[in-house]
Ligand binder design. Structure first.
Ligand code: GLU
Length: 449
């Protein structure tokens, strides 16, 4: 039986490789989930017979489109836009848009695939999808970003709707971009359809805590992991890579929970501040000035900046990779383990390479996969949709309490599922199996579609 199911898993993976050539990040994300599913196939024959995994690995729809726009000097640019509507078994497609020069179909598919399981784990009625463009907003004026967003939405709008597909932000897409996208959607459709996008501004349908939610959620998840071991953030040092929304608000919550975040980074290097990262300065540099992280060290005497290098060289108890995929490799994992790091909590999507995950497992380092630990962002997006649907507005306190409850719920579910399926403490297996079962049951109920 065991060899039979592993043959099924290998056949499915072989097909994914063959049918999606060159999409390395997508292959990686699928492999990681498939590695957890043999135990499920042993208990549920129907998933093999009904090709449930194959159906979940195949997006329901993939849209690729041209995005022409003109910069401030009048130069014409042609970018590529993507929206991969991966799975709608649990609700409308839901997932962010990423604007970054590295974006290609394989990256959007890996993100969409992860999103399906992540969204299932939140327990909210949302399916999974992802989109974006290889447009680089860095160094572009507000007017250029607006023209790009308007052109992007001029194609994308026909695929969206509050009951169909609901994008939000991801890397390179924040409330400024969501504003431009929403404005264009409203103008084309002549509908004030608040629930068609999340991450909106607070004055026009946005939800409290949405900006903070991914970072806060990752810290809440880490806290839940520590509680199982009878520990807390008190006295712990954390390093948080990145300096976008996830990192900034991850650091804020680590501090509120009694820990000290001592380092953060951007694509140029990292800063270390043993006194704890000063959030006011960090927000000024990154959110308001959109500058480089080195400016933090210029302003804070207790900090120093390291050009290039790896933030994972900084000794810590808790590592929160919150920048981008595959940023934490085997060397970094070995260094963290050697420096006695105890917890690794993924704030970004798939920031840890498979080899690094293996090293953490062997070293007994507690590891939380992004699809569980960073689900706070999309969960709060679902709360935004809920408020939009009922024309309601919740307080910050109420929204944050809901977020904490959801994150604790996800942790409990992953923890229990890992135990139930014979892998106690393995939150990767717990997240993959729990997420899969939720989606698979709904896929089944809807018949062969
Ligand atoms: N991009 C975020 C994620 O990776 C949020 C998606 C959303 O809010 O729809 O989960």
């Amino acid at each position: 039986m065991v060899t039979e199911v592993s043959a099924v898993v290998e056949r499915i993976y072989g097909d994914v490789l063959r049918r999606n050539p060159g999409e390395t990040e997508f292959h990686q994300a699928v492999r990681e989930v498939l590695d957890s599913l043999a135990v499920v196939l042993e208990r549920h024959r129907e998933y093999t017979e009904m090709k449930t995994i194959e159906r979940i690995c195949e997006p329901e729809r993939q849209v690729i489109f041209r995005v022409p726009w003109q910069d401030d000097r009048g130069v014409v640019w042609i970018n590529r836009g993507f929206r991969v509507e991966f799975n709608s078994a649990l609700g409308p497609y839901k997932g962010g848009l990423r604007f970054h020069p590295s974006v290609n179909l394989g990256i959007v598919k890996f993100l969409g695939f992860e999103q399906v399981f992540k969204n299932a784990l939140t327990g909210m009625p949302i399916g999974g999808g992802k989109g974006g463009s290889d447009f680089d907003p860095k160094g572009r004026s507000d007017a250029e970003v607006m023209r790009f967003c308007q052109s992007f939405m001029t194609e994308l709008y026909r695929h969206l709707g509050e009951y169909t597909d609901v994008p939000a932000g991801d890397i390179g897409v924040g409330s400024r971009e969501i504003g431009f996208l929403f404005g264009q959607y409203k103008r084309i459709t002549n509908r004030y359809e608040s629930g068609v996008l999340t991450g909106k501004g607070l004055g026009w349908g946005g939800a409290q805590v949405r900006t903070e939610a991914t970072g806060y959620g990752a810290a809440f998840f880490a806290q839940a992991m520590m509680e199982v071991a009878g520990e807390s953030f008190e006295g712990k040092r954390a390093t948080v890579s990145g300096s976008g929304n996830v990192a900034v608000y991850g650091i804020e919550k680590v501090h509120q929970l009694g820990g000290t975040a001592v380092a953060c980074s951007d694509s140029t290097g990292y800063v270390v501040d043993d006194k704890g990262i000063d959030l006011e300065v960090l927000k000024q540099v990154k959110e308001i000035e959109r500058g480089r992280i080195s400016a933090y060290a210029d302003r804070v005497p207790s900090a120093h900046y390291v050009e290039g290098g790896s933030i994972w060289d900084v000794p810590c108890d808790v590592a929160v990779p919150s920048a981008t995929q595959n940023e934490l490799d085997a060397d970094a994992a070995a260094t963290l383990a050697r420096n006695r790091c105890r917890y690794v909590v993924e704030g970004a999507n798939m920031p840890t390479t498979p080899e690094a995950v293996r090293i953490f497992r062997e070293a007994g380092v507690g590891f939380a996969p992004g699809k569980a630990a960073n689900a706070g962002g999309v969960a709060t997006s679902a709360l935004e949709m809920q408020q939009n649907a009922s024309r309601d507005r919740w307080t910050f306190e109420h929204s944050e309490a809901r977020l904490e409850e959801i994150m604790r719920g996800i942790h409990t579910r992953c923890h229990r599922t890992a135990e139930e399926y014979g892998a106690p403490g393995d939150l990767v297996l717990g997240a993959n199996v729990a997420g899969f079962l939720e989606v698979a049951d709904a896929v089944h109920a809807h018949g062969l579609i």
